[in-house]
Write a protein that binds this ligand. Structure first.
Ligand code: GZL
Length: 330
């Protein structure tokens, strides 16, 4: 699935428009007016929802970063519904904000509203998740993780963990929100790596929508039809934590009878990892606030931000989780 990024020329043209805009909207006084005072900037942020510990940490970090920068942040929670995010973006356009930022709940269906923002001369920044658009003039920058790489890191751990096993390794995959970039890409990266050996078999794969309740429900159902599963690959910690509840309810020991590999490394996931109920977690940092503020300030100054900014992140085994927990920010 091709994800494209803005050509620098188009980005530059959009930035010049903003630098002259009096608060976004349709007044384009050209770049002669220079940047607006930071305390007059207004940014509209359309958040996915509050579905997971990761999302809550992401929201908290972004709100704190804009408060510290003295930049007004208008915030909306779409409750994981694309139509609500589109409504919020349209509202920000109407209000004539200076920059719109959002984390697209799913990859497709954004061209119309992003073209409306472009027509209004309001630059758009993607945070966290990507859109799958053929039109590379619709956003200035995309700040977030490489989810394919995260899936590969999870797969690498599984291949290493079972390198001496000659028996089949049966895997249940708990997918994130259907159509969301992290769900699509984490599945792709993981599948690419475990394809190296046909002893690995994904016997079932189903969405738990990135929620703890979803992870528990799906795991309960899939354990009934796959009682001999060896490992669960969860696209996020919240679904892994739900799977732990289901595994324990089935009288089995998570991390031992059924191993679990997950993504995010939020505090509750790291605690389960330290407790031996999860075996490995690939970090996905939600701390995007400061970098998003920097992108907004660059836009305001008529500079061209990087079109793709990949967040830095690592991985944790059980021992590393014990050591890292005391200092975890989220
Ligand atoms: C990843 C983010 C995902 C997290 C989930 O960047 O979009 O959404 O992995 C969250 O926990 O719900």
């Amino acid at each position: 699935m091709k994800k494209t990024f803005i050509g620098l020329a188009a980005a530059g043209a959009m930035l010049l428009t903003l630098a002259g805009c009096a608060g976004g909207g349709d007044t384009t006084a050209g770049s002669s007016e220079g940047p607006k005072p930071v305390d007059e900037l207004v940014v509209g942020f359309a958040q996915v929802g509050a579905e997971s510990g990761w999302r809550t940490a992401n929201t908290t970090d972004i709100q704190a970063a804009f408060k510290d920068a003295g930049i007004e942040l208008k915030f909306s929670d779409a409750q994981q519904k694309q139509e609500n995010q589109i409504k919020a973006i349209r509202s920000y356009i109407q209000q004539g904000v200076d920059v719109i930022a959002f984390s697209p709940v799913v990859e497709t269906g954004w061209d119309a509203v992003l073209n409306e923002a472009k027509a209004a001369g309001i630059p758009v920044v993607l945070t966290d998740r990507a859109v799958d658009s053929q039109d590379d003039s619709l956003y200035v920058s995309f700040l977030g993780s490489d989810f394919v790489e995260e899936g590969k890191k999870a797969g690498d751990w599984v291949v290493e963990e079972y390198k001496d096993s000659t028996d089949p390794v049966k895997i249940i995959q708990l997918e994130g929100t259907t159509g969301a970039a992290p769900a699509i890409d984490r599945a792709e990266g993981f599948a690419d790596v475990i394809a190296a050996d046909d002893k690995f078999e994904v016997v079932a794969s189903q969405t738990g929508d990135f929620t703890r309740a979803g992870g528990k429900q799906v795991t309960e159902a899939l354990l009934k039809s796959n009682p001999d599963v060896d490992l669960i690959y969860a696209h996020n910690d919240d679904m892994a934590l739900g799977a732990i509840e289901a595994i324990e309810a089935a009288g089995l020991t998570p991390g031992v009878d059924i191993k679990i590999v997950s993504v995010d490394a939020v505090k509750d996931g790291m605690q389960a990892l330290a407790d031996g109920k999860i075996n490995f977690i690939v970090e996905c940092s939600p701390l995007l606030g400061k970098q998003l503020v920097q992108i907004v300030e660059q836009i305001n100054n008529g500079e061209t931000p990087e079109k793709r900014i990949i967040t830095e992140e690592t991985t944790f085994d059980q021992e590393q989780a014990v050591a890292a927990l005391p200092d975890r920010q989220y």
